[in-house]
Ligand binder design. Sequence first.
Ligand SMILES: [Cu+2]
Length: 112
Amino acid sequence: MNMKITMLLTILMVPVIAFAAEQKMSLKVSGNCGSCKKRIVKAASTIDGVTDASWDKSKKVFTATIDDGKTNVETVKRAILEAGYDVEDAKGNDEAYSKLPECCRYRDVSHD
Ligand SMILES: [Cu+2]
């Protein structure tokens, strides 16, 4: 293939690669109930580039689709920690946790 065509194809491919950045993510996130779910989903959804955020109450698993041109898993994880919820091995923000309604304090009470 001649050099000019190769270069042209390379240039044309760049936007395709740049926009094909959506990826699924999942994290283990502690929580108790529907209110926890709302807080977790809200914390993640406020980040630009996060869509389809959800949290499975029985599995304690958070899932979302992220546009990795705009954000990343680490940013989402930090937002959920800030809301007071434990993510994977990291402990959620204590101050935010202490402000949760009593029924949502998953470290002390469980609805399972
Ligand atoms: Cu709750």
